[in-house]
Every structure is written in C-alpha cells, then in structure tokens.
Write a protein that binds this ligand. Sequence first.
Ligand code: AR6
Length: 172
Amino acid sequence: MSATTAIELVQGDITRQSVDAIVNAANSSLLGGGGVDGAIHRRGGPAILDECRKLRASQYGKGLRTGRAVATTAGELDARWVIHTVGPVYSQSEDRSDLLASCYRESLRIADELGARTVAFPAISTGIYGWPIDDGARIAVETVRATPTSVEEARFVLFDERAYAAFAGQLR
Ligand code: AR6
C-alpha cells in the first residue's frame, strides 16, 4: 500500500496520456459508444474491442454491471491497460452515488491487481450519463482519497474548463 496517492488534475484528452492504465467510462455492453469510450476505441485501435468481445463471450454475456470494472489491453494508446468501468446514469429520484463511488474503487482495485502505479480517470458519468459535474467531482475525489491502494498517482483528466474547475474546487 502506498503511503499516499497523489491526485493530479489535467485539462485535456485522456487518450493522450502516458500512464500505466487509462480508465474508460464504458457501458455494460463493453462494445464501445460515444464520449470517452468512443475516443479510447478510436485511438486505441481494434485490439481493445477484440478483447472486450472475448470478455463478453467468456464472462460478461449479460454485460458488465454498473459500478464494476474490468481491464483489457490499451492497444495503441500510450498505456499498458484500459480499465473499463460502467458508471450509473444520473437519477434525480434515486441516489446512485455509491455506484459512482464503486467505479473509482473497483478501478483502483483492478489497477492494484495489475500492478499499475499511474492511473488516468475521466469524470465518470458526467457526460452522456448526465451526472452534475460538481457532485461527480466530489464523489471522484472523496472516493480516491478514501480508497487504500498501491497506485501512486491518480490523474483526473478533464475535457473542458468547467470540469477542471469542479475538480480543482474539490482539491482546495
Ligand atoms: N478525454 C477526457 N474526457 C473526455 C473525453 C476525452 N477524450 N471525451 C469526453 N470526456 P462520457 P458517461 C468527458 O459521456 O457520462 C458512452 O457512450 C466528458 O466531457 O464519455 O460516463 C459510453 O459507451 C465528461 O465529462 O461518459 C456510455 O454509453 C466525461 O468525460 C456512456 O457514454 C464522461 O462523459 C457513458 O457516459
């Protein structure tokens, strides 16, 4: 267990990061989609989807459950692994915060299993899945801070200024 996990913020494109593992905000089909998921598959090339298909055939025929995570190759990305996790769709009538926290916890658990020391995270669920960015940032930062892990650097890679500001607000 590392003494502390450094939390870094970067504004930019997660597919351009050089890290051991890049976390993907996937969906339960593991077959790709829009947003970060689309960008990772586009830049990472077909090896990622090939492995996702094999995982579906062997273990996740019914889909990867919300809040869980699984790793594949990172293909042509400058990383060793992509860790795919399925965030919850935001709901005003139901508190799904623990499922969102679970995405960060499970991704760190898989990172530890792999021996990844540097991990890049997007702001899971805050795009197509509609989670308000300030609350998504709070859950992300609180969960990574509270999770025991050997990961030395957790790098949040925020696509736009607003998301960056939300995360910066949490670190203050
Ligand atoms: N690098 C970093 N962040 C990005 C990038 C990028 N290249 N592209 C978008 N973001 P989203 P979700 C930000 O929609 O809400 C997919 O179709 C974006 O601005 O990618 O978890 C999946 O297949 C937002 O802040 O993921 C699922 O069906 C954050 O990444 C669904 O979308 C997450 O937005 C998952 O939705």
